[in-house]
Design a binder for this molecule. Sequence first.
Ligand code: ANZ
Ligand code: ZN
Length: 806
Amino acid sequence: MEENRYSPQETEKKWQEIWKKKDFHNTDLSEKKRKKFYGLVMFPYPSGDKLHLGHWYNFGIADSAFRFQKMQGQNVFAPFGFDSFGLPAENFAIKTGVHPADTTEANIKVMERQIDEIGGMYDFDKEVVTSRPDYYKWTQWLFLQMYKNGLAYRKNEPANWCPECQTVLANEQVQGGKCDRCGSEVTRKMLNQWALKLSSYAEKLLDYEGLDWPEKTIKMQQNWIGKSHGAEIDFRLTDGDGILTAYTTRPDTIYSVTFVCIAPEHPLVDDLVKGTKYEKEVNEVRSKINKQTLIERTSEGGEDKIGCFTGRYVVNPVTKEEIPVYIANFVLMYGTGVVMACAHDQRDFEFAKKYNISLRFVISENGEKTDPKNFEGAYTGDGVLFDSGDFSGMNNREALPKMVSFMEGLGFGRATVNYKLRDWLLSRQRYWGAPIPIVYCDKCGEVPVEESSLPVELPRNVDFKPTGDGMSPLAKCSDFVNTKCPKCGGPAKREVDTMDTFVCSSWYYLRYPCSKMTDKPFDKDVLKKWMPVDLYIGGPEHACMHLIYARFVNRVLFDLGLIDHKEPFKKLIHQGMITKDGAKMSKSKGNTVSPDEFVAKYGSDVLRMYLMFMGPYSDGGDWSDKGIVGISRFQDRFFRVIADEKEVVDMNEMHRSLHKLIKKVSEDIESFHFNTAISALMEFVNLAMKNGLDRASKKVLVQLIAPLAPHLAEECFSLIGEEKSVFESVWPKFDKKLIVESKVKLGVQVNGKVRGEIEVDIDASKEDVLELARSLSNVQKYLVLGEVVKEIFVPGKVIGFVVKEK
Ligand code: ANZ
Ligand code: ZN
């Protein structure tokens, strides 16, 4: 008899064609029978490089998670699209002359085909491509909603400028003072910029209720939003009646404040020095500071502190001393842009040393007087206050709120809440982006484009070389620039900057279920049914940019009553990174691994399973193809177990193992531990090779592997005579009675010595097991000798107590 052999290449093609012919992945969004499940992968940028293993890890395994949900009986919608505006296409165009629109569309075609090769069930019928006018029309519409509601505004401000990319960067795009795209040192440049009032949503964005997100990601967002409780304290100028208000998180240090520092960019600086002998020097120092990067300005280390005296004094409201006002590079335009400076802050300390400003301490460990003269640096610890009026002798942290109340009572201070979150600068001086729908009219000023005349189309024929003067290439395109004012009909000029691509990706999840609508961006009722996204999968590098922007935009639309859901992504999963020799795969490093050779040799299911086998999904791993043959052999064995007719021995044992397998695989897939699901399947297949398998069990086994190896499963399913697709079948349930593994015996240890033995259910709870262990008289005898300081419980393995003698 000829052995049954599985041929992945032919089989996979066959099923891909069948799925396509049946339009199998085209989700009927209006279906009412089943529960909806919206599964989403972060859409990629359509780069010209072929998909590498990192993409496979992302889209392939996400597909497995979605297929699993489909088999739970849900109507799964897993759309795909492209985040296609942005710098790479434009830079490529500058280098080669090929138009970004052409490269983008060509790359999309290639990527669509590659996603098919993965065997993904993505719904391309609802595809969204952000650089097409039918999409960016609505990105512009979104901007106008923000504008009309006071959430989009223009400001002239120093911006992060990347000299290499020739464009501004949002704060989020600057990492350690460097452009997060090209790594160049970021400088500051004064520019007229459009911004969105992200900062006004800080408090709302801190509400994570109902979100099933990785704790680490929430932490990162919380740090980014940076809520702190502090106080504002007023310092009256000694001449004139001006007030400088300082923002501080340490009002308890007020008695030590010996000078005040103001941000060089602060609008009040001009007033402070105008017409005085200090004006010239202040202006010189300001322009010097303006050339510094944020890192240089804010790092600790005395050399980097730059500033100068303004010639003005303010009064410390509690000590009544007259203290000098300086401009200082380390003071930025946030909070109030004014710092009350003292010896308990390291940067203030260094600044004071450099400029010979007097310093004094008011806190020490035990409240004994100390003097900064005898210290190398600031005393930043907590302790007991001295020389602080009625608060002397108190712990500084306990005194803090009392000191704020005291200052509130006297009218020169108040408690405040502050956030680090800045507004979102979205102007980009680049060509390949969505034009900002604003025109400037000599008569009417800044005028929004009428919604009915959207989109403001990006002209095709533009010299997209950067101008070098920081202007968008669109500025040279007079057909684009010159237009009519929507208000008065007179001549007007268009805004020539385009939007940050993060605006495009901030709302795309709303468009997928409504991608075909031409008269509106989305439909409230459709979204009421389909939002929020049930499972969102993408890289952890998006924790603070995309994921904050998307939550912000969604929340704004909710507040405007345009949608019904507060949060866009209910459950979030980050895939780990696939590295090669420990380094992130990237084309520039030349260490990308192409999936093609493995797909050709072993098939796409094997590659998918092999990637899953590397470890838990959020851990990623380092790529080596060493073990892939093993997975390929497993695929062969699996096929033979299904295809071969073999007499079944020990049916009962096989059933028990099968039901344990159902439980294990279900739980592992649910928790993204595909690796252990595969190991369990392997073990079972080995057993079935030995003992044989009945037809009903074969069906279950095929269902269990279906999300992980979709082509193999379809083939096996039809082989055993099933007519429908395995993905139309319902995920098997396990029979509880069949899986209660009898009990386990555990030795009970006290301080490492076994003092008794208990028998418990293998999955008994910690509480139950501990209680039973404690009840043994021989264990009790040792427990009463002291105090139990630790309980040790490893399910099914160890149970023990650590007792400290009294
Ligand atoms: C007095 C003080 C004493 C401070 C002390 C700290 C330690 P967060 O909110 O974490 O940034 N600060 C306030 N506004 C600033 C600005 N625009 N640029 C630079 N620094 C600024 O920390 C707030 C603290 O940073 C504030 O508390 C202020 O210095 C400084 F022993 O005020 B503190
Ligand atoms: Zn006008």
